[in-house]
Design a protein around this ligand. Sequence first.
Ligand code: UDX
Length: 447
Amino acid sequence: MNVTIFGSGYVGLVTGACLAEVGNHVLCVDVDQRKIDILNNDGVPIYEPGLEDLIRKNRAAGRLAFTTDPAQGIAHGLFQFIAVGTPPDEDGSADLRHVLGVARTIGEHINGYRIVVDKSTVPVGTADRVAETIREAQAARGTQHEVDVVSNPEFLKEGAAIEDFMRPDRVVVGTDNPRTGELLRALYAPFNRNHDRVMVMDIRSAELTKYAANAMLATKISFMNELSNIAEAVGADIEQVRLGIGSDPRIGYQFIYPGCGYGGSCFPKDVRALERTAQGIDYRPDLLQAVEAVNDRQKDVLFRKIDARFDGALAGRTIALWGLAFKPNTDDMREASSRRLMEQLWAAGARVRAYDPVAAEETRRIYGEREDLTLVDEQMAALDGADALAIVTEWAQFRSPDFDAIKAKLGTPVVFDGRNIYDPAQVAAAGLDYVSIGRRPVPATGR
Ligand code: UDX
């Protein structure tokens, strides 16, 4: 089948590459000439494991192409995916400018029946606005080609997006037209495993499903973070509590890891956008607001622990950071906990020496060159001249370091672990004090 994808960002590229991989002919359209040039030269403008190979392979096979020409895109695909960004505007609502811009362009060039698929995360009611925008643009040029607008939210995790797309738990399709539902079923049939994964429902339910899923997951995390603070205060160990509750299948082990807060492009933005939607219908979203507030406070936890340990005298000290990205296997720094920590450390007069396997460049882009930030390209080098080490992102390569070597390098033998990746006894045995989340600090037992 012929598929056009507007937006060559993270979601658009993964969707395009995976749809091409199963045999469709995919044309990706983006207004950014620089991005399209990179893609046409076998490069990939973002970091996502497996994506570069998939794009190169499918381009070579003639199933995947890139252009800045929207008219060509609209002529190409029966399916017109909209996968452009929906950044939050000032009040946290999703900004639909780009989505509606694509809708207008489709209306200006459409020359036959098309299925327009909303892949971007958009508030309930957006499909109606997309349909209306296309209708208006068509009316202005005197055409009336039939269009079906479908909501098809993505559930991709950064770092595992290809796998998530190729082996989905479910594919949610919102449409009011049963025939369109069947066409989407056929498009997604190659991704079914064991049983049909495609769920066809009404448009508004599909739109709300995306927010419901992300808000639920964010709620689980904030719940555990709140409990971790309680556990610490009452002298319990949140990791034991986690295992204790996770064993109940109604609760489950997933997404109950306490830490220094959730970040990324989805959870913070989607929780806020859902709050705005609720407020727009005069419903007070108490729970969602609490989820956001708890997360915001949790992003301060590492700084508070570091500050307390040094009696508020951080000026002139150097803190080593392991991990900058909002989670492992991505260079994405959006709403990353590391940002809050670094900014608080700088405000307190401390210097940061940081290592991240892939996010250094992105960090440099955000903060520029500054005298109180040193980015190093090897994890132990972050400890040179540092007073203490803080772990912010749980990259696999941080999981079993040489604790003796860490002890030898640090001015003050203390490790602050924002992701609870170590066994406290093991860290303590190397002569390091260990401060983690939701567990009592463990003093060095020494060697
Ligand atoms: C998320 C959803 O998982 C995905 O389905 C949706 O499409 C987009 O949003 P993503 O933002 O890529 O994906 O990352 P995810 O792996 O879900 O992690 C989000 C944040 O939560 C990270 O900062 C992570 O560190 C944090 N987290 C996750 C926890 O603090 N504890 C957990 O138990 C799980």
